[in-house]
Structures are given as structure tokens and as C-alpha cells.
Design a protein around this ligand. Structure first.
Ligand code: GCU
Length: 341
């Protein structure tokens, strides 16, 4: 009798284990990974995330299904960061600019004229001694940065007034990202900062709520801003990276083996996005000039730089922990100076 009981317990355990294993393999039981971002499906960020989606399908397709939600389908970047905090979604791409409201440490990469060149920017962002303390600084807020994405250089563009010097910004309402550093930057440059989410900019330009905005070249074409704004001025005030953030519960509950695959996937996103970025910016410039009639202006950057420098001092004075990271960036600036120098 006892033997019979033992056998039936073993059979039950076997049936249960089989059910779990079969369950794991079936499509219904796979963990859905939701990733939100605010760019179109043509954008390098989406192309890179689609490569990640394929990579996870190939390597862990029995356990995870990656779903992509582009074009602010899940709300503005701030909304998406909040969804990632609570775990309602798993990852989102947020501009470094808006992350400073979740951790002051992110202010560092929002500083105007922080990086002397694209090479210095890339080398700094690839250096985990610099990014590590910043990427981990939102642990308590429920999310962690897993990689960065290129978002080029930010420049001013306006509906009808060319910007040749900071004096030209006076009296103009310029859309900035929702970040205290950006608002202060605009104050120092003499313009009037109008913070709003990316998705609101096109209509605000069209209806004259704002006189201009600031962004990389892709905003002219991919977001249609070049249909309204005819002057794009290369003052190159910022190189603000985009950051892929992930929900901490997901990141921590993953097995070590799965985490290894996901981490290789984050590297893939970074690599693909950067390759696609160079091509996309080139195409955007051609289209802006030839099809949208945008005029590109190359002002002397010196007065812009001089106006913005007090922001470096004030941010570093408020947050001393950033100083060694700032100094490390200066070393890359010396190694890769601006071509103008
Ligand atoms: C860039 C950046 C986005 C950001 C946008 C903005 O497109 O890649 O992450 O949201 O600028 O100005 O809001």
C-alpha cells in the first residue's frame, strides 16, 4: 500500500513537472517583454530594437516574446518611464534629458557643450566607469539603464528667423525637453524655454505656439518639423544620449543564463543603432535641403559656449559626486578635441 502511495506521488510530481515544462514551451506561457519608445518605425532606434526582438526570438524564443511599441503609442517618454518603474512595461527608451527628474546624476550628460567632439562623446558613453554610477542611480526608483543610444547633436531651428548668435534667440519661444537643465540652458542663452513632450512639437510649431525648437536633423524629416521650420543652425549645443531603461524586477528575476543573452542583446542594440544613425542623419540632411527647403546655418559657436558655461559650474557645485566623471570626460575631450581646435 505504502509503495503504491509513493508511486502515485511520484506520478503526480512527474505529471506536474511535465505540465510546467510543456507550459514553458507553449506560446501562451512565454513572458511578454514590452518595449516602448517615441520614434517612428523608420528611426535607427526602432531598427535596433527590432534586431533585439529577432535576437531574443532566435536565442530565447521558447521563453520570451519581445513586443515593440513605437511612436508614443504608450504615451510620452515621461509616461513610459513611469510605466517601466512600476513594471507595467519592461523597457523604454528615454532621452537622458528627462531622466534627470528621476535622478540628479543624469544632469551630467545634459550639460551643453560637455563633449568636445562626437568621438569624445562616444568614448565617454562607452566608458562604464563614467556611465556606471549614473546608470545605476535609479535603482531605488525601480529601473536601471541597460545601454545608451546615439541621438546626435542638438541644434536650434526656427520657423522664420535664422539663429546666428544667442542674441537672435531673444524673445523667441523655443521648445525644450522637460528638464530643468534645458530650461536653465535656454535662460542663459536668452530665449524663452517652452517645455513639452516630443509628440506635441509639430502642432505647436504649426500653430505658432512656439517659434522654434532644438533637436537633431532627424526631427526635421522623420517628425516633419522641417516642413514648418526653414532655418537649422548648427550651434551644436548638446549631445544628449537616449537611454534604454529596464524594470528592476524583470532584470533581477531573470536567470543568470537569460541575463547573459539579454546583455548581449543590449550590446547589439547599441551597435546597430549607431551604425544606422550615421546613415539616417546623412539621409535626413539631404532630404531637409532638397525636399523641405531647409537652410543650414553654421554660426560661430563661441558666444553660445560662453553663455552656457556657468551651467557646468552650478551643476557640479550642487552634485560633487559628478566631478570625477566630469573630469574623466574632459580627458576624452583632450584626446578627441573638436575639429575646430
Ligand atoms: C530626440 C531624442 C528623443 C527625444 C527627442 C525630444 O529625438 O532621440 O529621445 O524624445 O529628441 O526632443 O524630445
Amino acid at each position: 500500500m505504502r509503495i503504491w502511495k509513493k508511486c502515485s506521488v511520484l506520478v503526480c510530481v512527474f505529471v506536474l513537472l511535465s505540465m510546467i515544462l510543456i507550459g514553458c514551451g507553449s506560446a501562451d506561457e512565454r513572458r511578454i517583454i514590452r518595449i516602448g519608445h517615441n520614434q517612428s518605425t523608420n528611426h535607427p532606434t526602432h531598427i535596433a530594437l527590432a534586431a533585439f526582438q529577432d535576437y531574443i526570438a532566435e536565442n530565447l524564443g521558447d521563453k520570451y516574446v519581445v513586443e515593440l511599441y513605437p511612436s508614443e503609442l504608450l504615451g510620452s517618454q515621461t509616461d513610459m518611464v513611469q510605466l517601466t518603474q512600476t513594471g507595467a512595461i519592461d523597457y523604454c527608451v528615454a532621452s537622458n534629458a528627462i531622466l534627470e527628474t528621476f535622478s540628479k546624476n543624469y544632469e551630467l550628460f545634459n550639460l551643453p557643450y560637455l563633449f568636445a567632439s562626437t568621438e569624445a562623446y562616444h568614448a565617454s558613453m562607452d566608458d562604464t566607469e563614467i556611465t556606471g554610477p549614473i546608470f545605476a542611480s535609479t535603482k531605488k526608483a525601480g529601473f536601471t539603464a541597460v545601454t545608451w543610444l546615439d541621438a546626435g547633436t542638438r541644434n536650434f531651428y526656427t520657423v522664420d528667423k535664422p539663429i546666428n548668435s544667442p542674441a537672435d534667440l531673444k524673445g523667441l519661444k523655443i521648445r525644450v525637453q522637460q528638464s530643468p537643465t534645458n530650461i536653465e540652458m535656454m535662460r542663459l542663452l536668452g530665449g524663452s524655454a517652452t517645455p513639452m513632450s516630443f509628440g506635441e512639437v509639430y502642432t505647436s510649431l504649426q500653430s505658432n505656439i512656439i517659434d522654434g525648437a532644438e533637436n537633431n536633423e532627424m526631427a526635421l524629416t522623420d517628425n516633419g518639423h522641417g516642413d514648418v521650420c526653414k532655418y537649422y543652425s548648427y550651434d551644436m549645443h548638446q549631445m544628449v544620449p537616449d537611454i534604454l531603461i529596464g524594470n528592476n524586477v524583470l532584470l533581477e528575476e531573470m536567470s543568470e543564463a537569460d541575463r547573459g543573452v539579454f546583455e548581449a542583446g543590449y550590446d547589439l542594440i547599441n551597435r546597430v543603432q549607431r551604425e544606422e544613425w550615421v546613415k539616417a542623419v546623412d539621409k535626413a540632411k539631404q532630404k531637409a535641403v532638397n525636399e523641405q527647403g531647409v537652410q543650414f546655418i553654421y554660426p560661430d559657436q563661441t558666444p553660445f559656449v560662453e553663455a552656457c558655461m556657468p551651467l557646468h559650474t552650478s551643476v557640479l557645485e550642487k552634485n560633487e559626486a559628478l566631478r570625477p566623471l566630469y573630469d574623466a570626460i574632459q580627458r576624452y575631450n583632450q584626446l578627441y578635441p573638436s575639429v575646430a581646435e
